[in-house]
Design a protein around this ligand. Structure first.
Ligand SMILES: [Zn+2]
Length: 204
């Protein structure tokens, strides 16, 4: 029962953060480019962090907290491509690019995930699978939030129309639940592998 209450609480928190972040961006108080960029970036980060808290069912264990922080940082990291593409630390240059910068291509998330899963399978690395899940949660949440304003970008195929607000919020709330199911499956698998290794060790 408690994990269910936790999830509901975190989902409501997620909705509040999205609402506050989006409202603040349109508020006349937030005029300066720097404040706009910082507010948006922080909202992306917090959305990523809470999303992972839902996925891992956060009980404030050290490992879970570190994963949430990693997801928060990764969600914020997407926007560094503005500066990389502008080859400048100037916010003005970063925000006046002629085209969308590369980390905003959703096809990149798919490619990175396929690569990580293949490498994880070869190396039999469960940490890589976990990393791929944290990365996906962080970047998809960022892309969907941005998609509300500009649509999703599937380079080189093109981009979708801007995602309507109810749909964008629906995806933001539903995606961590989907990843949670994957995470539970992954945890079960990990436990099974551990049991096999332990029983193997006992046999020896
Ligand atoms: Zn962005």
């Amino acid at each position: 029962m408690i994990p269910f209450i936790n999830t509901v609480f975190l989902e409501i928190l997620l909705l509040i953060v999205c609402y506050l972040g989006d409202t603040l961006l349109q508020h006349p108080v937030v005029k300066q480019q720097f404040v706009v960029a910082l507010t948006d970036s922080l909202t992306h980060g917090i959305v990523g962090g809470i999303s992972w808290a839902i996925v891992c069912d956060l009980k404030f264990k050290k490992q879970e907290c570190l994963e949430c922080i990693l997801c928060l940082v990764l969600a914020m990291l997407v926007d560094t491509d503005h500066f990389l593409s502008a080859r400048s630390f100037s916010l003005k240059a970063a925000l006046s690019l002629p085209a969308r910068p590369p980390f905003h291509a959703t096809t990149l998330v798919i490619l990175v995930d396929i690569t990580l899963v293949i490498v994880a399978a070869i190396l039999k690395s469960q940490n890589l699978i976990l990393g791929a899940m944290i990365f996906t949660t962080a970047w998809v949440s960022h892309h969907v939030r941005d998609g509300h304003r500009r649509g999703l970008w599937f380079y080189p195929f093109g981009e979708t129309a801007a995602i309507p607000k109810p749909l964008y919020l629906g995806i933001i709330l539903a995606f961590p639940l989907l990843m949670k199911i994957l995470h539970l499956f992954f945890d079960k698998q990990r436990l099974k592998d551990k049991t096999i290794i332990l029983s193997g060790a006992q046999l020896v």
